[in-house]
Design a protein around this ligand. Sequence first.
Ligand SMILES: [Zn+2]
Length: 134
Amino acid sequence: MDGQCQAITKGGTRCRGQARASGFCFSHDPVLREARHTGAAMGGRNRSTEARVSRLVPSHLRPSVEKVLAAIDEVHDGTLEPRQGTAMASLLSAAGRAYEVAVLEQRLEALEQRVAHGQQPSGDAEGVVQGDRA
Ligand SMILES: [Zn+2]
């Protein structure tokens, strides 16, 4: 046992994951796989988590987030170069920061307008930006 996962990936190479006692990594361990399938069947917990996450992510960032999430598995499987995964992650991170700044600017602008009109900058100020109005 060399500590490397025994699974063969879609790309035909050995999985680079760290093997557990079973000889497979977390992703490829048949026992864990079974448990995940059962869990998914019992009330579709994974599905609903996925849906919750995708509601939280603004719609124009969603495709990129999904690509990066898929890339995590691909890097783990050895079907994607870790370098590419790193590049994708930093691009998404940059896009996320740009989005954050845009949202904050929008909120600040709304607050400034309220102040300029003599309104209290409180109350439903949080409702000014609804995050996902694509
Ligand atoms: Zn593996």
